[in-house]
Write a protein that binds this ligand. Structure first.
Ligand code: CA
Length: 227
């Protein structure tokens, strides 16, 4: 069950939204001020937060700012009519969406569904974009390579080569196959280009860390695998 936190000081509105959300199958928790709401976000898992901007004490924009310091969870702001400045500040502050009070409950439900779908899509992308091999992690979306906790800078060619090896981990790849894949058929430089770039990779992802990922298969080519 997806859990939604409502942070709203007008208890009647909070109660109304709660009943509708429960009816739609969501789990709901309510907080009536910013401080309590923030505390809940820090201590319990939620899939989405509905956050009123005009709250006593800690206002919604400030709550949002503090949530964004540790979480990118979906947040939909509830704003008063025509509070244009609030909307802009809220979206700049990292809100996913906002809805103006009074609103039709169907519209709120639709916006919640959209925000949750976006989050799911993003999560799937994150998951599928990462390839992990022991202490080595390549993120094809961000084009980042990490060894242990260190971000390693690779050139475009080095990155493409490592990505290709990782997509085929435990598979022995011939120099010719690698050359065609990374340099293309019309490359005239010969297969020792592959050896040169493998050396570059080793100097960046293996040697500084005392680790080994890439193995030479004599007379054939290379394979990347777990130690
Ligand atoms: Ca309010």
């Amino acid at each position: 069950m997806e859990r939604i936190l409502i942070i709203e000081d007008e208890e009647k509105i909070a109660r109304f939204i709660e009943l509708e959300l429960i009816h739609e199958g969501y789990g709901v928790i309510k907080a009536f001020n910013g401080r309590d709401g923030l505390e809940l976000v820090k201590t319990q898992p939620f899939d989405l937060v509905l956050l009123d901007i005009m709250l006593p004490g800690l206002n919604g924009i400030e709550v949002l700012r503090r949530i964004r310091q540790f979480s990118d969870m979906p947040v939909i702001l509830l704003t008063a009519r025509d509070a244009v400045v609030d909307k802009v500040t809220g979206l700049d502050g990292g809100a996913d969406d906002y809805i103006t009070k009074p609103f039709a409950i169907e519209e709120l439900l639709a916006r919640i569904r959209v925000a949750l779908r976006k989050r799911d899509f993003h999560n799937t992308l994150e998951r599928t974009s990462k390839i992990v091999l022991g202490a080595l992690c390549l993120d094809s979306l961000k084009r980042e390579v990490w060894v242990k906790d260190t971000l390693v800078h690779l050139t475009k060619r080095e990155f493409d080569l490592l990505h290709y090896l990782l997509r085929n981990k435990n598979v022995v790849l011939s120099r010719e196959t690698i050359l065609e894949e990374i340099w293309g058929y019309d490359f005239s430089g010969g297969t020792n280009a592959v050896d040169v770039y493998i050396r570059h990779l080793r100097a960046k992802i293996e040697e500084p860390f005392g680790l080994k990922f890439i193995y030479t298969v004599r007379g054939v080519g290379y394979v990347i695998k777990d130690e």
